[in-house]
Design a binder for this molecule. Structure first.
Ligand code: AMP
Ligand code: ZN
Length: 114
């Protein structure tokens, strides 16, 4: 997707502070942290949101790879004692970038939703 900021980050057209990368997924620091640790995890293929995941399509594999990797990354950032994983979906869900991503947020005591 040519106008997608996360596709541009994946392509290296926009710089990012990378945390982890392999053939299928990329993790990088959020530019606007809401906690001491705030990492974004994205599939390297463009998927609009969680709404578009489908067990019969290989795209579910990208999400599964991200979810499998998150605990290891959380541990490496010293937040394995507690953190939050969020994915916003659509306009009302507060999704500002229409490329599936999971926020990993931690490093402070988190409130119920904030
Ligand atoms: P959401 O509101 O769930 O779509 O989250 C999008 C997130 O992307 C926000 O937390 C932004 O701060 C973050 N973001 C937007 N552009 C960049 C960028 N170029 N590098 C890193 N994070 C970004
Ligand atoms: Zn994209």
């Amino acid at each position: 997707m040519s106008d997608c900021v996360f596709c541009k980050i994946i392509a290296g057209e926009i710089p990012s502070e990378k945390v982890y990368e392999d053939d299928e997924i990329l993790m990088f620091h959020d530019i606007n942290k809401s906690a001491p640790v705030h990492i974004l995890c994205v599939p390297k293929i463009h998927i609009d949101s969680l709404n578009d995941l489908n067990l019969n399509h290989e795209n579910i594999k990208y999400a599964a790879r991200i979810l499998e990797k998150i605990p290891e990354i959380a541990k490496s950032f010293g937040i394995s004692g507690g953190y939050r994983v969020i994915t916003n979906i659509g306009e009302d869900g507060g999704q500002s970038v229409k490329h599936l991503h999971f926020h990993v947020i931690g490093g402070r005591k988190l409130g119920y939703l904030g």
